[in-house]
Design a protein around this ligand. Structure first.
Ligand SMILES: Cc1cc2nc3c(=O)[nH]c(=O)nc-3n(C[C@H](O)[C@H](O)[C@H](O)COP(=O)(O)OP(=O)(O)OC[C@H]3O[C@@H](n4cnc5c(N)ncnc54)[C@H](O)[C@@H]3O)c2cc1C
Length: 506
């Protein structure tokens, strides 16, 4: 194993340009749309089917009030279900505008609204009959669920139920993450494909006319999304393999991978703090990749990833041989300095969260950033800390204060012992204008929740606390997460309200 330290890799901090064959700065992205504008766009897209259905009302057979609600819910929820394909975290056009945590929280919460709306869809058709004559209502429901021409709809509904419940129970399922992910894709294809087939073949409004054309266009879009994700990106992983240059042990069960592009690769553009999806060896396939933050500055060549052993894939990285082909897909994410302009930067890492924090710190150091920078780094034991020499050395270049906190003590440990509590965080922020300071926070879920809430208690504006979780949108429970869940719930309620409005107007 090569033990070259990443810090000894060629740097080019003074030129501000990319070293040959290395990474480059990403050109400024399009302005990010504010959350309410995105929510409005989402509702407009989902509501388009209803507007088109209203336009074809004259041609459809007259409907009872409940049936109108049932139709409205079916149309709007099917549109929302197709959007789930692009809110899966793999499309920068969506996740790059919201951040991976927000987009995944949206994906998960809205999935429940879609499931409830689509479960209500057949039930509402039989509700009036059920209320008048329960036995006949049951009979009608069974007829709906077993009739051959409704089969694609029933398959779609069952797949959706398995998708949503399986997603919620993922951590408790006795499956490998990759198996869950594969099944999630298959179920998603069944749900979207079956739903579209159902609408186009037996939908009251969708079987012909503009709604039918709309679903045709949506189906083409869904095929394009899958083709990009699993065709074009798969080909890209094989066309442009990177190479593992070295593996360095940085702490107990923590490794730094230095990955370099193959000769002739086009420049890879990213911003410090973003992450990539990585695969290794001959089996480079998008379903087998893992997300890792880039622990590097774009001013240095190649990419560095700091990986903590957490399971079967990460436990192997320390033994990877230099020269191993690496697939890189990315970059993704908005855990970046340019997305959050400020006068002072606070970087807070817990455990493996040091990856993106080192990316930001290395970038600030490479650019000789003049702003006040505070770093807080917490870990369970002294031997869990990575890159300590490099963090301390950065103080000779930057206006930097460092707080190191280990939960347990050891003889040679010269940092603090305990937790990153309110007192330590308040000390870290002392002297900074909180309205002009941005805190970047990355670490285990409970630590992110606790530190985020404490920073708000101390007086940091919510928009200035930026975090990324490694458990891919587990839907944390910080105050900000709860507020976010409420906003998403309002969007879900908006979908139902659209169906209600449709019933009133139809
Ligand atoms: C945006 C983001 C950035 C990350 N950056 C880093 C980093 O810089 N350094 C680091 O050590 N870890 C990072 N992680 C976590 C890392 O992706 C997981 O630890 C790793 O994928 C675990 O894989 P495994 O097979 O070793 O473990 P497993 O036992 O298979 O999984 C452990 C847990 O990791 C998560 N996980 C596993 N595979 C995936 C996957 N393909 N996609 C999403 N989540 C998965 C799941 O929550 C799973 O329960 C990051 C995660 C995310 C979402």
């Amino acid at each position: 194993m090569d033990t070259q330290d990443a810090a000894t890799r060629p740097r080019d901090p003074d030129t501000g340009g990319a070293p040959a064959g290395g990474s480059t700065l990403r050109p400024a992205r399009l302005p990010r749309l504010p959350g309410p504008a995105l929510a409005a766009l989402y509702l407009v897209f989902c509501g388009t089917t209803l507007v088109l259905a209203l336009a074809t009302l004259g041609e459809a057979a007259p409907l009872a009030a409940w049936e109108k609600v049932a139709s409205g819910l079916g149309l709007v929820a099917l549109a929302a279900m197709t959007v789930q394909l692009v809110t899966s975290g793999r499309f920068d056009a969506a996740s790059g505008r919201l951040g991976i945590d927000r987009i995944m929280a949206f994906h998960k919460v809205i999935a429940w609204w879609i499931l409830v709306a689509l479960l209500a869809h057949p039930l509402l058709y039989v509700l009036p009959t059920w209320l008048a004559d329960p036995a006949l209502g049951r009979e009608r429901l069974v007829a709906y669920l077993t009739a051959p021409h409704y089969r694609s709809g029933v398959v779609a509904l069952a797949a959706l139920a398995l998708l949503v419940v399986g997603g919620a129970l993922r951590e408790r399922l006795p499956w490998r993450y990759e198996s869950w992910r594969g099944s999630h894709l298959v179920l998603a294809l069944l749900a979207v494909g079956g739903g579209l087939h159902h609408a186009i073949t037996v939908g009251r409004f969708s079987a012909a006319g503009p709604v039918n054309l709309f679903w045709g266009a949506v189906a083409l879009g869904a095929v394009a999304v899958i083709a990009v994700l699993y065709g074009w990106r798969w080909a890209a992983l094989h066309r442009r393999p990177w190479r593992l240059a070295s593996v360095t042990r940085k702490a107990d069960r923590m490794w730094e991978l230095d990955i370099q592009p193959a000769a002739g690769n086009p420049p890879f553009t990213y911003r410090a703090g973003q992450f990539v999806w990585m695969t290794e060896g001959a089996r480079r396939f998008p379903l087998l990749d893992h997300p890792f933050s880039i622990a590097d500055s774009p001013l240095r060549p190649g990419l560095s990833l700091i990986v903590k052993e957490a399971g079967d894939f990460t436990s192997r990285v320390g033994a990877l041989a230099p020269g191993t082909p690496i697939g890189i897909d990315g970059p993704y994410g908005v855990f970046t300095l340019d997305a959050h302009p400020c006068d002072a930067v606070v970087l807070i890492a817990g455990g493996a969260g040091i990856g993106p924090i080192m990316g930001l710190l290395r970038d600030l150091a490479a650019r000789r950033d003049p702003r006040p920078i505070r770093v807080a780094y917490a870990a369970g034991r002294p031997e869990n800390f990575a890159c300590l020499d490099e963090i301390r050395a950065a103080a000779s270049i930057l206006d930097l204060e460092i707080v190191l906190v280990s939960e347990t003590d050891a003889e040679a440990w010269d940092g603090a012992v305990g937790r990153l509590d309110r007192e330590r965080l308040a000390g870290l922020l002392r002297g900074l204008d909180l309205a002009r300071t941005v805190a970047f926070l990355c670490g285990p879920g409970p630590m992110v929740t606790g530190v985020s809430d404490t920073l708000l208690d101390i007086g940091m504006p919510s928009r200035n606390v930026v975090y990324e979780r490694f458990d891919y949108g587990s839907g944390g429970r910080s105050r900000r997460d709860r507020r976010r869940a409420l906003v998403i719930t309002a969007v879900g309620a908006g979908l139902v309200a659209l169906a209600g409005l449709f019933a009133l107007l139809a």
